[in-house]
Ligand binder design. Structure first.
Ligand code: AP5
Ligand code: MG
Length: 214
C-alpha cells in the first residue's frame, strides 16, 4: 500500500504515519526527518536544507525529489510506504507520479489530516522532539516520562528551531500557498481521503484504519 500524508505543519502527519507504518509493516519516509538527520550529521545536503528550514521555507524541489525517488526504489518499499511531508508542491507530486509510473505503480491513498491554523500554533509551541531518534512529544498531551528526556533513547528533547512562533506562522503561509493545492490535485485523481485531525490521536488513527482497511 502506497500512502501519502497531507496536512499543515503540526497537523499530526508524523504521529499518524508512525502508527500506519507499524500496523501495515511498511517504511515511514519523512523528508523532514531525513533533512534533520543530514543536518545533525553535517552533510552537504544538511547544510543546504538548514538554510531554508530555519526560515520556514521549503527546501528546493531539485534537492527533495531526487532524495525521495532514490528512497522509494529500495527493497523495503516493495510492498509500499507511507510518505510524510512529501510531496509538498505540485511539481513534487508530478515528479512522484512520474517516478512511480516508470515502475508500473501508483499512489493508493492521499490522507489529508485537517487541523485549524489556531490549533497548529498551540501544538507546535508544545512539541518537543528528540533529534537523536526522531521521537516527538507534547508538553501537555504526550509528555516525556522524565522532563526533557526522550523515553526511547534517553537523549534530550528540544523545541525544534523551526517551531519558534514566528517561523510557524511562516510555515503555515507557505503551506497554504504551495502545499494546499495538492488537496485538489489528489481529489482529481480520486484518491484523496480527509480525516478530522482535531480529535485525539487514537480517534484519528481509527479513522485512517477504516479508510485503509484492517
Ligand atoms: P517536516 O518535518 O515535514 O515538518 P512539517 O510538515 O512542518 O510538519 P511537522 O513535522 O512539523 O508536523 P507533523 O504534521 O508531522 O505533526 P506531528 O505529528 O509532529 O518538515 C520540516 C521542514 O523541512 C519544512 O518546513 C521544509 O523546510 C523541509 N521539508 C520537508 N519536506 C519537504 C519537501 N517535501 N519539500 C520541501 N521542503 C521540505 O504533531 C505535531 C505536534 O502535535 C506533536 O507535538 C504531537 O505530539 C501533537 N499531536 C499530533 N497529533 C495530535 C492530536 N490528534 N491531538 C493533539 N496533539 C497532537
Ligand atoms: Mg512531521
Amino acid at each position: 500500500m502506497k500512502i501519502i500524508m497531507l496536512g499543515a505543519p503540526g497537523a499530526g502527519k508524523g504521529t499518524q504515519a508512525k502508527q500506519i507504518a507499524e500496523k501495515y509493516r511498511i517504511p515511514h519516509i519523512s523528508t523532514g526527518d531525513i533533512f534533520r538527520a543530514n543536518i545533525k550529521d553535517g552533510t552537504e545536503l544538511g547544510k543546504k536544507a538548514k538554510e531554508y528550514m530555519d526560515q520556514g521555507l521549503l527546501v528546493p524541489d531539485e534537492l527533495t525529489v531526487a532524495l525521495v525517488a532514490d528512497r522509494i526504489v529500495e527493497e523495503d518499499c516493495r510492498d509500499g510506504f507511507v510518505l510524510d511531508g512529501f510531496p509538498r508542491t505540485i511539481p513534487q507530486a508530478k515528479a512522484l507520479d512520474a517516478a512511480l509510473e516508470k515502475m508500473g505503480e501508483k499512489i493508493d491513498f492521499a490522507i489529508d489530516v485537517d487541523v485549524s491554523d489556531e490549533s497548529i500554533i498551540n501544538r507546535m509551541s508544545g512539541r518537543r522532539a528528540c533529534l537523536n531518534c526522531g521521537a516527538t512529544y507534547h508538553i501537555v498531551s504526550i509528555p516525556t516520562k522524565e522532563e526533557g528526556i526522550c523515553d526511547k533513547c534517553k537523549n534530550p528533547v528540544v523545541l525544534r528551531d523551526d517551531d519558534k512562533p514566528e517561523t510557524v506562522q511562516k510555515r503555515l503561509g507557505v503551506y497554504h500557498e504551495q502545499t494546499q493545492p495538492l488537496i485538489e490535485y489528489y481529489s482529481g485523481q480520486g484518491i484523496l481521503r480527509s480525516v478530522d485531525g482535531m480529535r485525539n490521536m487514537q480517534d484519528v488513527f481509527e479513522d485512517i484504519v477504516r479508510i485503509l482497511g484492517a
